[in-house]
Design a protein around this ligand. Structure first.
Ligand code: FAD
Ligand code: 2HG
Ligand code: ZN
Length: 466
């Protein structure tokens, strides 16, 4: 610890929790004070790395007494600023609470500490011949606690749903420091409010997830991955319908030529000789003649109807991984531009009209910007990343993007959509929460927050203002 940075409240914390690992090292403050947004300058009070539930409770009780704000922190891969500590908060990192606690073969559940990386959960499930199906590109760095706090989605929602579907139980330390054991792995439980579900997606504003019991499922079937090239945007949802009608889809993802451009510049392999404006990566079960015939029928139908102009199907696991890299590598390939991100969703039935209107809106508002579209189109979820032009001032860039996001939010409101599909509201989308959620809903949320965190010490300023 850097002595000059150990304030009186921190001294009292070390007295109360003598074994607690605490850091005021400037490198740690910088590292733990930010997430992937890179828009705010980290300025925490200190970083606490508890190793037990009791230490988390001690921290929360201390925070209430001292009036110190606490930012729960997982893998800090969040894209909405939820784990940013820029105002003298204590960062409470779950990084050291990263163990598998129990596997139950009869219940098919895995109980883990919240700081465990998603990929370690995948591996643990696989070791027991089962699978945890929530998956996405940040799997190596993000934590299960962060996934729960954001109700993370990813590339297999179309088949398996969001994180919410896979949580059988939670242990949560509330803003007051109480420990709640929620649902305890039960499949059926009609004994009043489901507080477990309330915690999922609460972005660290109601409680700190310390442990989770995850439902596991059968390992995925053998699959093929297909990359499709599309001649126009209007074809996208028609291709989706054609494939969904004929196949049980494991994934249906989309990206544009601009996304491909960046991901290729970042080292991925070019899939086609020609450049096409739009692409889809889809994955589906194979293994018998009927399934393979259905996949070919879907592709041929799209080709005949002029909905796709080219396609390639994986012939090996290595090729499947190569095709997936074109989609999963996009976020990393854009990171150096610190893009302004939008993560929006509408119902699938509203998608064609919403896409057409949004394309017109963004074409008008961003004529000279590099706008990169991609996303989980099979779930009605689009990611629209706007890259900052070289030389443009940060403030001017964000200001402009925020004006456009207001228009986008209005379009979403007209279509009954959401300003955040899977990344959370955090700081980035806070100004647009009303519109997706009504005043009455936000007032209920405030009330719930007051009960669980009466002194407002948990992640203040995130999601909505007090
Ligand atoms: P953090 O960033 O550390 O925190 C996120 C939020 O959760 C913050 O509000 C934080 O305060 C809170 N929090 C963290 N841990 C806890 C806890 N234990 N208890 C209470 N609150 C907590 N997201 C998707 O949904 N789908 C995707 O496909 C996807 N792909 C991504 C790809 C890349 C390359 C990257 C960088 C990010 C991607 N994300 C995606 C976003 C991000 O990975 C997810 O939001 C993830 O769930 C965040 O987990 P984390 O542990 O990094 O959380
Ligand atoms: C994805 O789907 C992630 O790849 C990240 O949700 C999206 O970078 C983004 O905007
Ligand atoms: Zn996504």
């Amino acid at each position: 610890m850097t002595d000059s940075l150990i304030t009186a409240p921190l001294k009292r914390l070390t007295t109360r929790a003598p074994g607690l690992r605490l850091s005021t090292d400037p490198g740690d403050m910088e590292h733990y004070g930010r997430d992937w947004t890179r828009r705010w300058t980290p300025a925490p009070l200190a970083v606490a790395l508890p190793s037990s539930v009791e230490e988390v409770q001690m921290i929360m009780r201390w925070a209430n007494e001292e009036g110190v704000a606490v930012v729960p922190s997982g893998g800090r891969t969040g894209l909405s600023g939820g784990a940013v500590a820029a105002n003298g908060e204590l960062v409470l990192s779950l990084e050291r609470m990263n163990r598998v606690l129990d596997f139950n073969a009869v219940d098919r559940t895995l109980t883990v500490q919240a700081g465990i990386p998603l990929e370690a959960v995948h591996n643990a499930a696989r070791e027991h011949g089962l699978a945890y199906p929530v998956d996405f590109g940040a799997r190596g760095s993000c934590s299960i606690g962060g996934n729960i706090a954001t109700n993370a989605g990813g590339i297999r929602v179309i088949r398996y749903g969001n994180t919410r579907e896979w949580i059988a139980g939670l242990a949560v330390v509330t803003g007051k420091g109480d420990l709640l054991e929620l649902n305890r792995g039960l499949i059926k439980n009609s004994s009043g409010y489901d507080l477990r579900q309330l915690m999922i997606g609460s972005e660290g504003t109601l409680g700190i997830v310390v442990e989770a019991t995850l439902r596991l499922t059968d390992p995925p079937p053998p699959t093929n991955v297909m990359l499709l090239a599309l001649p126009s945007f209007e074809m996208l949802m028609k291709v989706f319908a054609a494939f969904r009608e004929r196949l049980g889809l494991e994934a249906f993802e989309f990206f544009t030529d601009r996304a491909l451009h960046h991901v290729l510049a970042h080292g991925a392999q070019k899939p086609f000789d020609e450049v096409h404006p739009y692409y889809v990566v889809t994955e589906f079960a194979v293994g018998d003649e009927q399934l393979e015939a259905a996949a070919m029928a879907a592709f041929e139908h799209c080709l005949e109807q002029g909905l796709v102009s080219d396609g390639v199907i994986s012939q090996s696991d290595a090729q499947a991984a190569q095709l997936w890299r074109l989609r999963e590598g996009i976020t990393e390939s854009l990171a150096r531009w610190r893009p302004y991100k939008n993560d929006v969703s509408v119902r699938i039935s509203a998608m064609p009209a919403f896409l057409a209107q949004t394309q017109a809106l963004l074409g008008r508002e961003y004529p000279q910007f590099d706008v990169v579209w991609f996303g989980h189109i099979g779930d009605g979820n689009l990611h629209i990343n706007v890259l900052k032009p070289e030389g443009m001032d940060d403030g001017e860039f964000v200001g402009h993007c925020e004006q456009v996001t207001k228009l986008l939010a209005q379009a979403l409101e007209r279509h009954g959509g959401s300003i955040s599909a899977e990344h959370g509201i955090g700081l980035v989308k806070k100004p647009y929460l009303l519109g997706t959620r009504s005043e009455a809903e936000v007032e209920v949320m405030r009330g719930i927050r007051r009960v669980l965190d009466p002194n407002g010490v948990l992640n203040p300023g995130k999601l909505f203002d007090p």
